[in-house]
Write a protein that binds this ligand. Structure first.
Ligand SMILES: Nc1ncnc2c1ncn2[C@@H]1O[C@H](COP(=O)(O)OP(=O)(O)OP(=O)(O)O)[C@@H](O)[C@H]1O
Length: 490
């Protein structure tokens, strides 16, 4: 590698401690540095654990042969594939689980499914109070003991059926075989000398426990400000007390963007109490309230899937070709098409027949959405209610979707999906909530600031900020002014 390494990078490359924590800001050469490390210490065998398949595939292209790149799920799945392939699914459907549990109390069903999902992501071997979700805006642990007992019993019942290969009524989830893998105490140190845990801030308790158990060298890499999946059971593994013994190193120079974006990132992070500054060592990024009209192929980053779909419907209706980060179908468009026909009573047009088995009619769908506040269901209802000509718009949207980024007029993504990517020109859309809202709880505020930081650090040349970011800039300027006045004793 022909790189003029910075002093921060060199410190990492020369570190051979058994436990290393490398904190790297957005675009601060994390992957380049890991690659440099595995080339420098090239007699060692490495396992690079990627957060998702896209990151794994990128890593496979970059890392040398002494590095095996895998997702944790992939690592675990090998041992369970033959036994469970036929009953593997992405999630538990509330309607199906209600049938298995023989109840139509949707509050209970929701609580049981959430408890089971939380159990799957946690390192604990048995169900515990910490797995209970919020129930009717109240911590589950404050619900009556009989309710809690019932939820635990039912969640345990579903778990037993989930791991029974013969039982196809309760599917095995991806986190289910990962849980079984961890409970089997695998020894990765027999095969690898070093584990590189990328995006460590997003590791859930289960994966963190798996890595911590290994006796080989462990390098945890990440950025606590890019933690985006707290809701999936992760809680900033980089700050785990067991990592207090690690050698702490940093990468603060971002080569993606220039000083203006770095200054903006520092403003956003100041609201989280960060005091170490990001340094913008890349090309000069221009910051605007709207993108210049000649800004080519802008990436429009949204807070919500609903925002992405609404933009897609509007832009394609105006004749623009769109490219979806993560492919169109991962935005649940086909379920919206199905639900549209379902809401019209045209069950013959519904492609996924499960929908017809799960709900007797549209009215029942609306009732269950109202009772469970299920995000997917609520989102679908909003979109269906938003347009009179939805069918024609959905058709146009599919027709104007392109599969290659360079054929598009516009790139669409959520901020979540933009993580790890970079674009020449980026616009932050107006569906982000305001982290200055006093009604927002602390955890949500941190999540929203993280998302804004991730989204704002994707642009190389031009970034259009939204009203929420402008609000943060104003508030920051005001705070700086007040602090200066105070210092002068005014
Ligand atoms: N010492 C250096 N001098 C100049 N450029 C560098 C140096 N180190 C890395 N870079 C460049 O910085 C860019 C970003 O590096 P890299 O892809 O490793 O970032 P990253 O931290 O993995 O990004 P992200 O985490 O946001 O995906 C690359 O183009 C890389 O070649």
């Amino acid at each position: 590698m022909d790189i003029n390494w910075t002093s921060e990078q060199l410190e990492f490359l020369n570190c051979t401690a058994p436990l290393i924590r490398l904190r790297a800001f957005a675009g601060a050469s994390k992957t380049t540095s890991l690659e440099g490390y595995s080339r420098k210490h090239n007699r060692l065998k490495y396992l690079y654990l990627a957060y998702n398949k896209a990151i794994r595939d990128e890593a496979k292209k970059r890392f040398p042969k002494n590095v095996v790149c895998a997702t944790t799920h992939e690592l675990a799945y090998k041992g369970y594939r033959a036994k469970y392939e036929h009953k593997l699914e992405g999630g538990l459907r509330l309607g199906d689980m209600a049938k298995v549990l023989n109840t139509n109390d949707w509050t209970v069903v929701r609580a049981v499914v959430d408890t089971l999902n939380n159990f799957l992501c946690s390192p604990l071997e048995t169900f515990h109070e910490s797995h209970l979700p919020m129930v009717k805006r109240m911590p589950g642990s404050q619900m009556p003991p009989s309710f809690i007992e019932n939820v635990f019993k039912s969640a345990e019942y579903l778990w037993e059926r989930m791991i029974d290969p013969e039982d196809t009524s309760v599917p095995l989830l991806h986190d289910g075989y990962l849980k079984m893998y961890l409970l089997s105490n695998p020894d990765l140190s027999r095969t690898y000398d070093v584990i590189l845990a990328d995006e460590s801030q997003d590791l859930n308790g289960l994966t963190l426990a798996l890595i911590k158990k290994q006796s080989c060298r462990k390098i945890f890499v990440g950025d606590r400000h890019q933690e985006l999946y707290r809701f999936r059971g992760s809680d900033n593994a980089l700050d785990d007390p067991d990592l207090d013994d690690a050698v702490d190193l940093r990468l603060t120079r971002s080569f993606r963007f220039g000083p203006a974006t770095a200054a903006l990132a520092n403003i956003i992070l100041s609201f989280k109490g960060e005091t170490v500054p990001v340094i913008g060592a890349g090309a000069r990024t221009k910051i605007r309230s709207t993108l210049d009209s000649d800004a080519k192929r802008p990436a429009l980053l949204h807070r919500t899937v609903m925002g992405v779909i609404l933009s897609a419907l509007d832009y394609t209706a105006a004749g623009k070709k769109v490219f979806w980060i993560g492919k169109i179908d991962s935005y649940q468009i086909s379920s919206i098409e199905d639900l549209y026909w379902f809401s019209e009573g045209r069950t013959d047009k519904v492609k996924n027949k499960r929908l017809l088995k799960e709900f007797s009619d549209w009215h029942q769908y609306l009732t269950i959405a109202e009772e469970t506040k299920d995000r997917e269901m609520v989102r679908a209802i909003k979109i269906i209610n938003a347009y009179d000509d939805l069918e024609a718009r959905l058709r146009q949207m599919r027709a104007m979707t392109v599969n290659e980024e360079d054929k598009a007029d516009i790139i669409l993504a959520t901020a979540h999906r933009s993580k790890g990517l970079e674009f020449d020109n980026v616009a932050l859309m107006d569906d982000f909530p305001d982290p200055l809202d006093p009604q927002m709880d602390h955890g949500s505020r941190e999540d929203e600031l993280n998302l804004l930081y991730v989204a704002a650090t994707r642009a190389k040349y031009q970034l259009a900020v939204n009203q929420v970011v402008i609000g943060l800039m104003r508030e920051h300027a005001y705070k700086v002014k007040m602090a200066a006045k105070q210092a002068q004793g005014v």
